[in-house]
Write a protein that binds this ligand. Structure first.
Ligand code: DX5
Ligand code: ZN
Length: 213
């Protein structure tokens, strides 16, 4: 199980130290939430902040674009060597084109699905994807409660991937904590995104190892 702490819950006035803390604490990736105030009702940070963080950590960047026109961010993300980038199926009309646009840059491509969005929306493009991000809260804010039906959705996606003879990691984002980590693993999750359950704790190493079930 890989752990990707989300900096949305970190101290924005002290991001360099926050990153160092999770890197030393055993994080596998750092999850970076870009919001545009339109696709989701909140703003976070954009590419310039991500670019300046590149100097501060060796952790691979897992960028979650909660935006319309996610293609507009790709030049900047390529320049800072993002490891993986996800965009929302609800925000993009041309899924196939967008996936190739990411992969042609040597970046792993993922599609994110809101809680209420059906798995059938990604059926055709599944073989093209490097990962799938299942949102287990309505995106836009940290610290929300895990939506229970996400668990069945993850299990169904896991079965769908196997049925097609594929091997695609499932990432889950929203309300992840030490109480649901084991269930999520059982349902087929490979990457846990965790904001408040890592940055909201004093001891980040303990918080990260509590999620590594
Ligand atoms: C929510 C973001 C998440 C958020 C998760 O829209 O995509 O990555 O930071 O925060 P927690 O883990 O606190 O639910
Ligand atoms: Zn996220």
């Amino acid at each position: 199980m890989k752990i990707a702490p989300s900096v949305l819950a970190a101290d924005f006035s002290n991001l360099a130290c926050e990153l160092k803390d999770i890197e030393e604490g055993g994080a596998d990736l750092v999850h970076l939430d870009v919001m545009d105030g339109h696709f989701v009702p909140n703003l976070s940070f954009g590419v310039p902040v991500i670019q300046s963080l590149r100097k501060r950590t060796h952790l691979p960047f897992d960028v979650h674009l909660m935006t319309y026109h996610p293609e507009a961010y790709l030049d900047g993300l390529e320049a800072c060597h993002a490891h993986m980038v996800s965009f929302h199926v609800e925000a993009v009309p041309h899924l196939d084109r967008m996936i190739h646009n990411i992969k042609d840059r040597g970046i792993k491509a993922g599609i994110a699905l809101n809680p209420g969005t059906s798995l059938t929306t990604i059926d055709q493009v599944l073989p093209l994807l490097d990962f799938v991000l299942i949102m287990s809260v309505n995106p836009g804010f940290g610290g929300q409660k895990f939506i229970p039906y996400s668990l069945d959705k993850i299990a169904a996606l896991s079965a769908m991937i196997k049925e097609k003879g594929l091997s695609i990691p499932i990432e889950v984002d929203g309300g992840v904590n030490k109480d649901n980590a084991a269930l999520l693993k059982k349902a087929g999750v490979a990457i846990l995104v965790a904001g408040s359950s890592v940055f909201g704790k004093e001891n980040r190493r303990e918080a990260i190892s509590a999620l590594k079930v």
